[in-house]
Design a binder for this molecule. Structure first.
Ligand code: ZN
Ligand code: ZN
Length: 346
């Protein structure tokens, strides 16, 4: 089978590799759709903190947003059969540690991330190997496109952990990438009375409005902190979600956050930050938290894809075939302004 592999920074090749075998609890799954994420572009470019830290080592069989169809099951697979449409956890549990042996696969401390850290061979390939204990059925009403958006949405879902939203709540989302957009979509579904998306590109802000934002603020023409203060009688938002990865946006987000409330960052900044307004944070009892997804989120988010009449799929701005992916990566700079989610079809 064909797999796209990053051999070293800036060099990706389609390699002919063995199709994964379906043995024991493992299934061979045909990849139907794969999403390209900012992390994938950074693995390709080499400008990636996980590469610098040694957590990602070349060559990398990358790709971590996917959905597929089971083609073959190992003899111990339970609950799945060929033809089933599935998605998976983003970390594959080891299956051997005491937690895994007790059936607590979500507690495994030896997980390998699909296509990224401690790499489990990723989804930019015709087939992927997935154990039944990390796999989930895609409901009939959820498309392969939507199921592929579960992974980024499951990261965004962390921002809402232990937060109660209601008609009076304002949620601000900074950034209009796939993580930001899924945060907008979730915020509205989870009950925020007012959702504000802050970004720099009018076409992306327009898509934000389509999937749940009540108000779009273009930070290239309006001071976003002033805009949020004006909207909230000077109080700030109950929840601010920073997804742009810009230092300045994080600082601005802190000033947008209401007293005693939360700002959650779902982004990587690729360096340590000096300018965080710590005294403002302390004085106003603002919680600055991080979110990166966790076991259990994908199933919850899948349920939202099933129930939410508002579709997240308008964030798919580009569709390419698997065979076009290498060219797309090499020329991605020219799509930077327009792309939100690139969907790869197989
Ligand atoms: Zn990703
Ligand atoms: Zn384990």
């Amino acid at each position: 089978m064909k797999a796209l592999t990053v051999l070293k920074p800036q060099v990706a090749e389609y390699q002919e590799v063995p199709k994964p075998a379906a043995v024991g609890r493992f299934m061979t799954v045909k990849v139907e759709r794969a999403g390209i994420c900012a992390t994938d572009f950074s693995i390709f470019s080499g400008d990636c903190s996980f590469v610098r830290s040694g957590e990602i080592v070349y060559p990398v069989r990358f790709g971590h947003e996917w959905s597929g169809t089971v083609v073959e099951c190992g003899n111990e697979v339970r609950g799945f059969r060929p033809g089933d449409r599935i998605y998976s956890d983003s970390g594959i549990s080891c299956g051997k540690c005491p937690d895994c042996l007790a059936g607590h696969y979500d507690k495994c401390r030896f997980t390998r991330s699909v296509g990224t850290i401690n790499c489990w061979d990723g989804c930019f390939a015709e087939y992927i190997s997935i154990p039944d204990y990390n796999a989930y059925h895609i409901p009939d009403s959820v498309s392969f496109d939507e199921a592929t958006l579960i992974e980024p949405s499951a990261i965004s879902y962390d921002a809402f952990r232990n937060v109660e939203l209601n008609e009076a709540s304002t949620v601000v989302v900074i950034g209009t990438g796939a993580i930001g957009m899924s945060a907008v979509w979730l915020a509205k579904y989870l009950g925020a009375g007012r959702v504000v998306v802050v970004g720099r590109t009018p076409s992306k802000l327009e898509i934000g409005r389509k999937i749940g934002a009540d108000i779009a603020v273009n930070s290239t023409v309006t001071d976003p902190v002033k805009a949020i203060k004006d909207l909230t009688d000077g109080q700030g938002a109950e929840l601010v979600i920073e997804t742009s990865g810009s230092d300045k946006a994080l600082y601005q987000g802190i000033y947008m956050t209401r007293n005693d409330c939360r700002i959650c960052s779902l982004s990587f900044y690729e360096h340590d930050l000096d300018g965080v307004p710590v005294d403002h944070l302390v004085l106003n009892k603002i919680s600055l938290v991080g979110g990166a997804g966790r076991f259990g989120n994908p199933q919850k988010v899948c349920g939202i894809f099933e129930k939410n009449p508002v579709k997240l799929t308008p964030i798919i701005t580009h569709r390419i075939k698997f065979g076009e992916m290498k060219d797309f990566l090499e020329s991605s700079a020219k799509y930077a302004k327009s792309k939100i989610k690139v969907m790869v079809e197989f």
